[in-house]
Ligand binder design. Structure first.
Ligand SMILES: *[C@@H]1O[C@H](CO)[C@@H](O)[C@H](O)[C@H]1NC(C)=O
Ligand SMILES: *[C@@H]1O[C@H](CO)[C@@H](O)[C@H](O)[C@H]1NC(C)=O
Ligand SMILES: *[C@@H]1O[C@H](CO)[C@@H](O)[C@H](O)[C@H]1NC(C)=O
Ligand SMILES: *[C@@H]1O[C@H](CO)[C@@H](O)[C@H](O)[C@H]1NC(C)=O
Ligand SMILES: *[C@@H]1O[C@H](CO)[C@@H](O)[C@H](O)[C@H]1NC(C)=O
Length: 796
């Protein structure tokens, strides 16, 4: 074993180097937060031993301080990581980083990175309410499961978090309630059983957190609303009479109404941002405290383009999540709001359950009545306003493109760019603004109301529009021609923005939300199916903060806690199931059909969506409770998979501190990872005409139903141009818990004709295979890919 010695000589050399650098430019030495990932040290049995040792290492690093900046970088330790890996975070100068990296006991040093909540904006459209469709009565569903919500905190006084009638807190719970501004231990109860906050990394990046500034409260209390919304979606209790000023009475309830909530606040400021170092601390505490599920509606600020791989050596939260999953925690994550661009999917680690967002069969409409009596269906847009709902009736209507300042761009004006608009033409009118990929509306300029008309890029996709001070609504791009034709048809066009209303039974539903990020995985060393599953994430009504009892929000952030709640229910029903078994149960019982019995469509095009949009399909938790068979995976399966992807032992040791030896004979194959989905990747389109290539997959099914079941495989849909076969096609499961294996093979039939996708030179198609006895239907998507998405090397 290597001994971690601090070399005095190295220190001396570096100090000399450092001072000469100082002489050159005279600039102060900057410092940032870093995560120092340490080798496992068998003598460190508890967190105190680690803390003492890491403090010693930091003392060694002191030698690298600039004499004129005695405090710089010596902010001591921020967080010590104990459960999800060994290491700590601290502010370091570049020279201190080099020093840390030189120590043999340091495996890696990661610069801290910015993360953000996965709603593009939280529109607090209070006052609209609905009967929240829920699948289970308030039975014991979810009781004794603990959901850790890593987010912006919680507003504990909401009805959703009352603990009336809840039993004792599970004995294994080790968490606590950390007090802070406007939050005391008394804010925890038998529903919110723990609350902690992590902010040292955030302060290094964005400056000291000051109460009341930039929406901050230094405590687990949520002032943004994101965490409160997610927690109540996952595990909110019945909140009856969710209504606003007598409008639309309904009941809001979370997915697992009796599950316990543990709050880990690590996102701050009005933008809901957080740093990796704080998020990893949140994971570490959640695992130590004993959560069963982690709900992680957080993405990376860099976006998919900046990430080279799901684990490119810097994503420490991916390591944290692996170790959580290894310990049996189900980790549900948001897939991102960068859709509908192909290849935009985020949070792709194979141990995550990555969630896409869909619409529901309930729509919040805010329609436009034109002066000629025609009604255009709009999506709701009223801002939350202290004065309540307002209406603009029979107001003159003007197209912003006709209100350009003389000589300035009519096109710019059409997007309601304030600089281009002649305000005198807008006073008292409803202005029609184009809505481009990036909204350019900048100020209302005295208009009485705004109608945004989405451009074809967005199609009929609801946009999350920042609440303005005046009433507004939005129309899909299909309404563009009718509204412009009406304006042209009369010298005095008028319109009314009708009051918002809730419409039930919309068809088709669900649709994949336009904003929901799409597969395939970009820049990774290989392909596996992401997202895994889809759940509602458009116009979700859940608990709000401050004066808002309820709020509407949209985003994959809202879809994720649905699946977290499902995970809690399944964990309560089947405490012995692994996180992978829970994911498998949700995936193999998901539906790919909408309420018109057609394949689920994509909101932006209204055409058929694919597994790269919705994963295995729309989650049906009631079916997932009794899936019959599961594709299980554990620690070794994931590490074996990483071997197949080409990760070496050094990299794998970063993920699992115990290390893993990749097999050499036979070597690990990516295709054989026991996922409930299949991705047949034919790299080269030209080679496909040779036909001889086929891709085979080895899978093992575990019987989680009763003894003595016989399952038969059916290929429901053959991907166009390919042939799927399954061998053997009958499996006997003599006992509960028994395992059986099969091989699935995908063979090209000839020249494949797959739809092209605007991403690299890649095309795809899909089919599905189902195992069934008389009672259960265990369905898996089979995706066929031809060509390269984007090669790793082309990014560098
Ligand atoms: C383990 O930690 C102790 C101090 O707690 C230190 O003296 C020792 O060098 C470390 N061992 C390794 C292998 O890093
Ligand atoms: C704390 O609560 C008080 C009383 O409700 C309120 O006035 C104050 O603004 C709150 N502080 C913050 C930072 O929100
Ligand atoms: C339109 O607006 C953009 C800024 O969004 C500006 O760069 C451009 O010059 C404007 N075009 C005209 C013709 O004014
Ligand atoms: C969809 O199909 C199922 C079974 O095939 C049937 O019971 C149901 O009525 C159909 N629904 C619609 C809307 O056609
Ligand atoms: C493992 O991979 C990393 C990154 O590709 C590389 O830097 C390192 O040298 C490799 N280690 C071994 C033992 O092959």
């Amino acid at each position: 074993m290597r001994i971690c010695l601090i070399s005095k000589l190295w220190v001396l050399v570096a100090v000399i180097l450092l001072s000469s650098l100082q002489c050159l430019d005279g600039a102060p030495v900057g410092s940032k937060t870093y995560i120092i990932h340490m080798e496992k040290n068998a003598t460190h049995l508890d967190v105190d031993a680690k803390h003492a040792w890491y403090t010693e290492l930091m003392d060694g690093a002191k030698a690298f301080l600039a004499a004129d900046h005695p405090d710089d970088g010596m902010d001591s330790l921020h967080h010590v990581y104990h459960h999800v890996f060994d290491g700590f975070s601290a502010r370091l100068t570049a020279e201190q980083v080099a020093y840390m990296e030189s120590l043999p006991c340091v495996m890696a040093v990661y610069p801290d990175r910015v993360h953000k909540s996965q709603t593009t904006h939280s529109s607090e459209f209070v006052g609209l309410s609905r009967e929240n469709a829920h699948l289970w009565p308030e039975s014991n569903y979810g009781a004794d499961s603990i959901i850790g919500v890593i987010d912006t905190g919680i507003w504990p006084e909401r009805l959703s978090f009352n603990d009336h009638g809840l039993g004792h807190i599970p004995k294994r719970w080790k968490g606590s309630c950390q007090a802070g501004t406007n939050f005391t231990a008394a804010n925890c109860n038998k529903k919110i059983i723990g609350a902690k906050y992590f902010y040292k990394g955030y302060e290094t990046q964005y400056g000291k957190i000051v109460d009341g500034v930039d929406e901050n409260i230094l405590s687990p209390r949520d002032s943004l609303g994101h965490g409160t919304h997610c927690a109540s979606t996952a595990a909110g209790r019945w909140a009856r009479r969710a209504s606003y000023k007598g409008l639309a009475r309904g009941t809001a309830v979370g997915m697992a109404p009796k599950a316990r909530i543990a709050v880990y606040k690590a996102l701050w400021g009005s933008k809901g941002r957080g740093m990796t170092s704080d998020l990893v601390a949140a994971f570490d505490h959640a695992v130590a405290d004993g959560v069963d599920v982690i709900s992680y509606s957080v993405g990376s600020e860099v976006g998919p383009d900046g990430i080279l791989d799901f684990f490119d050596g810097r994503e420490a939260e991916v390591i944290a999540a692996f170790n959580a999953v290894k310990k049996g925690v189900f980790v549900s994550v948001a897939g991102g709001n960068e859709g509908p661009t192909p290849g935009s999917i985020a949070n792709n680690a194979p141990w995550y359950t990555t969630v896409a967002a869909t619409t529901q069969d309930r729509e919040e409409q805010q329609n436009v009545l034109l002066g000629n009596g025609e009604i255009l269906i709009g999506r709701f847009g009223y801002a939350a306003s202290k004065t309540g709902l307002r209406q603009v009736t029979n107001a003159p209507l003007i197209y912003a493109g006709h209100a350009a300042i003389n000589g300035l761009s009519a096109e710019n004006a059409s997007f309601c760019q304030a600089e281009a608009l002649d305000a005198s033409l807008l006073a008292g009118k409803i202005v029609v603004c184009n809505y481009d990929r990036t909204p350019r509306f900048s100020g209302h300029l005295g208009a009485a109301g705004v109608i945004y008309v989405l451009n074809p890029y967005w199609g009929e996709t609801l946009q999350i529009i920042e609440a303005t001070a005046i009433p507004f609504t939005q129309l899909g791009s299909n309404a563009r021609l009718p509204i412009l034709a009406y304006i042209a048809s009369t010298s005095k066009p008028t319109a009314t923005i009708l009051p918002a209303k809730t419409v039930y039974g919309t068809t088709p539903a669900p649709k994949v939300a336009g904003f929901s990020s799409r597969g395939p995985i970009r820049y990774a060393r290989g392909q596996w199916l992401k997202p895994d599953i889809a759940a509602p994430g458009v116009d979700i009504l859940a608990a709000g903060v401050k004066n808002n009892q309820y709020a509407f929000m949209s985003g994959t952030s809202m879809a994720c806690p649905h699946v977290s709640g499902f995970g809690a229910l399944l964990h309560s029903m089947h405490p012995k199931w692994s996180p992978a078994a829970i994911r498998s149960a949700l995936m193999t019982t998901a539906t790919t059909l909408d309420n018109t019995n057609h394949t689920i469509t994509a909101q932006e095009t209204s055409s058929t969506a694919s597994p790269w949009d919705f994963g295995a399909g729309f989650a049906q938790p009631e079916k997932a409770m009794n899936p019959g068979l599961v594709y299980d995976m554990g620690r070794d399966d994931y590490l074996h998979f990483l071997c197949g992807l080409g990760y070496n032992s050094t990299e794998i040791k970063l993920i699992d501190r115990d290390g893993y030896t990749c097999p050499s004979n036979p070597p690990a194959r990516v295709e054989d990872a026991n996922f409930p989905s299949f991705v047949a990747h034919f790299g080269d389109a030209a080679a496909l005409s040779l036909v001889d290539t086929s891709v085979s997959f080895f899978r093992t099914l575990t019987n989680v139903g009763s003894a003595g079941r016989t399952y038969k495989a059916t290929v429901d849909v053959q991907p166009k141009g390919f042939y799927i076969s399954v061998e053997p096609s009958t499996l006997e499961f003599s006992r509960a818990g028994s395992k059986q294996s099969f091989t699935l093979t995908v063979t090209p039939r000839g020249a494949a004709t797959l739809p092209e996708v605007a991403l690299g030179s890649f095309s795809h198609g899909s089919g599905s295979v189902t195992w069934s006895d008389s009672e259960h239907v265990v369905r898996s998507p089979v995706v066929v890919m031809v060509g390269e998405v984007i090669s790793r090397t082309s990014v560098n």
